[in-house]
Write a protein that binds this ligand. Structure first.
Ligand code: CA
Ligand code: CA
Length: 320
C-alpha cells in the first residue's frame, strides 16, 4: 500500500466515524453555489447511469463549473466512453505539449476523436464556467461566458453503453472541484450561455425543455446526488452507495440546506434578453457595512451639557 492509498484509507475511516464529513468552508474552496464536489486527483468518481438522457447525437451541450487545483495534461470533468475510449467528454486537456486547456471532445462513428480546445491554459485554483456545444456543424467551447474556440465537425457522435461519469477513477482523474453540471439536448446559444454564467458568480440551472440532466451538487452530505432535471439520473459516489476510497468529498461554501434559494434563471424555452457584461473575478469577497453612528437624543445632550458644565466649574474653582 503506497502513501496515497494509506491517506485515502485514513480519510475513509475518518468519514466512517463522522470526522470531517462536512468540510468546513474556506476561501480557496469557496464554490459558486452552495456545495460542490472535491476530487482528489487519484480516482474519485460519480457514476450517473446510462439512460437515454446521455445519448447525445446531433445537437447538444454540456455546461459546468470546474476548478483544477493542479493542471496535468489531462483531467476529466465529465465523460462517457466505452472500454475502447470512444464517446464524448468535457475535460482539462493537454494540447500540443502545453499544459491543460479546456477541451470538448467527441468520438465519431469511425476511428477518430474530434476536439476543440480553449485558447488559454487553465490556471490552477481558479474556477471557470465551461460550456461545450455541438450543433451538427461545429464543436465549440465557451469559457466564462465567451466563445473561446470552434472547429468544424458535421458527423455523428459515437453512442456507447457505458455510464456517464463525473470525474473518473480509470484514467486522467481530476484534482480539483466541480459544480452545477448540466446536460442539454440543444446547442446553447451565446445569450443562453451568458445567462448561465450570469454575474461571474454563477447561477443554478433551472430545469427546462432541453435539460437532460442537472446536478446542483448541493446535498452537502451522503453518497448520492440528485438529477434536478426530473429524469432521475441519480449520481452515486465511488464504487458503491457505501463509503469507499473512490468517493469525492462534499465541499460547501456555506451550510447546505435542503431547499436552496435560487434566483430566477431565464428558461431556454424563451428567448433570453439580457446579455450581461462581466469583468468580475470568480472569488466573491465579503462586503461589510459600517455600523451607523447612533444619534444623540435630547436626554443625552442634556447629560453631556451638565457634565461639561461640571468640569468647567471644577476648573474655575481650582484656579481660584
Ligand atoms: Ca452547487
Ligand atoms: Ca461510495
Amino acid at each position: 500500500m503506497n502513501h496515497s492509498q494509506i491517506f485515502k484509507w485514513i480519510r475513509v475511516l475518518a468519514l466512517m466515524f463522522g470526522i470531517g464529513a462536512g468540510r468546513s468552508p474556506s476561501a480557496t474552496l469557496a464554490l459558486p453555489m452552495g456545495c460542490g464536489l472535491d476530487f482528489d486527483g487519484a480516482d474519485d468518481v460519480v457514476t450517473c447511469g446510462n439512460s437515454s438522457s446521455f445519448t447525445l447525437t446531433t445537437s447538444w451541450s454540456i455546461s459546468l463549473w470546474a476548478r483544477m487545483d493542479t493542471t496535468p495534461d489531462n483531467s476529466f470533468f465529465v465523460w462517457k466512453v466505452n472500454t475502447y475510449g470512444m464517446g464524448y467528454g468535457l475535460t482539462g486537456f493537454g494540447v500540443g505539449g502545453l499544459s491543460a486547456r479546456f477541451a470538448f471532445s467527441v468520438y465519431d462513428q469511425g476511428t477518430s476523436w474530434h476536439t476543440v480546445s480553449s485558447q488559454a491554459s487553465a490556471v490552477a485554483g481558479q474556477w471557470y464556467h465551461l460550456v461545450g456545444t455541438f450543433d451538427g456543424a461545429a464543436l465549440s467551447i465557451y469559457v466564462n461566458g465567451q466563445l473561446s474556440a470552434s472547429t468544424g465537425y458535421s458527423g455523428l457522435v459515437f453512442v456507447n453503453s457505458n455510464q456517464f461519469t463525473i470525474g473518473t477513477n480509470v484514467n486522467h482523474p481530476l484534482d480539483g472541484a466541480l459544480d452545477e453540471i448540466g446536460i442539454w439536448d440543444t446547442s446553447l446559444t451565446l445569450p443562453e450561455i451568458q445567462a448561465l454564467y450570469n454575474n461571474g458568480f454563477g447561477q443554478e440551472i433551472e430545469p427546462g425543455l432541453h435539460t437532460r440532466a442537472i446536478y446542483h451538487l448541493n446535498e452537502g452530505v451522503g453518497q448520492t446526488t440528485a438529477d434536478a432535471s426530473g429524469n432521475n439520473n441519480t449520481g452515486t459516489f465511488g464504487n458503491s452507495g457505501g463509503i469507499d476510497i473512490y468517493d469525492p468529498i462534499w465541499s460547501c461554501a456555506s451550510t447546505p440546506t435542503a431547499t436552496a434559494t435560487r434566483t430566477a434563471t431565464p428558461a431556454l424555452t424563451s428567448t433570453p434578453t439580457a446579455t450581461p457584461t462581466r469583468t468580475a473575478t470568480l472569488t466573491p469577497g465579503p462586503t461589510s457595512t459600517p455600523a451607523p453612528i447612533p444619534a444623540l437624543d435630547s436626554s443625552s445632550v442634556l447629560f453631556l451639557a451638565l457634565a461639561a458644565g461640571g468640569v468647567l466649574l471644577l476648573m474655575t474653582k481650582r484656579r481660584r
